[in-house]
Design a binder for this molecule. Structure first.
Ligand code: MG
Length: 157
């Protein structure tokens, strides 16, 4: 049986921090950051598509994303499909805490997630959610948070 791998999207397979930078005053994120057209401008990270497609062969791979806005599922599907990501499911949750609850509730062996928020601030001042990683790790879930797709592929294939 294939093991279950869940993968985050924002800043894990895309460059969403660039979109946030275009749509912030440095303290708050404007709602324009979540518009269909803005999200579709995101670019996949280096080798993310290639790695995803190889991992899809080996794992039961699905995406989970904290996108708590109207139309999130449609734009997420369109973006993944246009860039030729392969997946079984897409699950939309409201925020990172809800994502962690979902992962703890579902079948998950590996979570790939940058585990950061705060992209509206400068890039060396992100919030890294180590408490969530610890909680997932205590349940035996392997959290891959250092996003380098060549290295992730080597570690997981
Ligand atoms: Mg993320």
């Amino acid at each position: 049986m294939k093991r279950y791998l869940w993968c985050d999207i924002d800043s894990t397979v895309n460059d969403h921090w660039r979109r946030i930078k275009r749509n912030t005053d440095g303290t708050r994120i404007y709602s324009s950051a979540w518009s269909y057209d803005e999200i579709m401008k995101d670019e996949p990270l280096h080798h993310a598509v290639k790695a995803n497609n190889l991992l899809f062969e080996k794992y039961n791979l699905s995406f989970v994303t904290a996108r708590g806005f109207d139309g999130a599922l449609r734009v997420t599907q369109d973006w993944l499909n246009i860039h030729k990501f392969k997946y079984n499911n897409i699950v939309i949750v409201k925020n990172m805490k809800e994502k962690v609850e979902f992962i703890l509730d579902t079948t998950c062996h590996i979570l790939i997630d940058d585990m950061t928020t705060g992209q509206e601030r400068c890039r060396n001042n992100l919030t890294f959610h180590i408490e969530h990683i610890a909680r997932l790790a205590r349940k035996g879930i392997r959290v891959v948070w250092n996003i380098n797709w060549d290295k992730i592929l080597k570690a997981l294939i």
